[in-house]
Design a protein around this ligand. Structure first.
Ligand SMILES: [Zn+2]
Length: 90
């Protein structure tokens, strides 16, 4: 499937079609202005939720493996990265 540059890049699943199709809304939002307002916001929300979930996993890892230095370094690195990303994205 080829991308239409005049349309949002998000793929949408319809309950009536087997295949996903490209969103029909006008782009101009999100990464490089590729998405419509709604999908740009959904992408931000999804990223934020994924970040929150990842931090939870890292915290659990730290609690359950306080003596595992590798786990601590990895968890700390992930938490720092997500903290930084969430500040950059507002
Ligand atoms: Zn869209």
């Amino acid at each position: 499937m080829s991308d239409d540059p005049n349309r949002c890049k998000a793929m949408v699943r319809s309950p009536y079609l087997l295949d996903a199709y490209q969103c029909k809304r006008k782009p101009g939002y999100g990464k490089d202005g590729w998405y419509c307002k709604q999908h740009a916001q959904e992408a931000i929300d999804a990223k934020r939720e994924a970040g929150v979930a990842a931090i939870e996993v890292c915290r659990m890892l730290l609690e359950n493996h306080p003596d595992d230095l590798d786990a601590r370094i990895l968890a700390k690195a992930i938490i720092d990265k997500l903290d930084k990303a969430s500040k950059e994205n507002g």
